[in-house]
Write a protein that binds this ligand. Sequence first.
Ligand code: SF4
Length: 134
Amino acid sequence: MTFFTQGCHAHCPGCHNPETWDFDGGYEFTNETLQSIIEALTANGIKRNLCIMGGEPLCPENQFLTLMIVNEIKEKLPDVKIYLWTGYTIEELLAKSPNFSKIQQILSKCEMIVDGRFEEDKRDITLFMRGSSN
Ligand code: SF4
């Protein structure tokens, strides 16, 4: 199950999801949206995991929503693994994130982070779960 946050400041050349850049785009997130994510993760008795990508899930505009989603999923479905893609490097995130910040809380709930911008000159479609070798 994949959830795409809306809005990204990075605008990497060659980005696969430029329709997610506009902070005024996307769909309104409601309680029903959250419920539909939970239902999709468990539909037909099949166990699924959650991918969160974008857009940028960890930019200041999206941190509150991303934190709310990971908290809800881990509370209601603690076995679900959460994979998150961010255009920030882990060094950038940790450098500007004090303990217990939203970013620290989000990272603590994720099983895997794929970090860093998409770099078109390093594009490689053979890589596992990422588009460029950086
Ligand atoms: S950070 Fe991700 S979503 Fe944002 S422009 Fe780069 S590749 Fe696209």
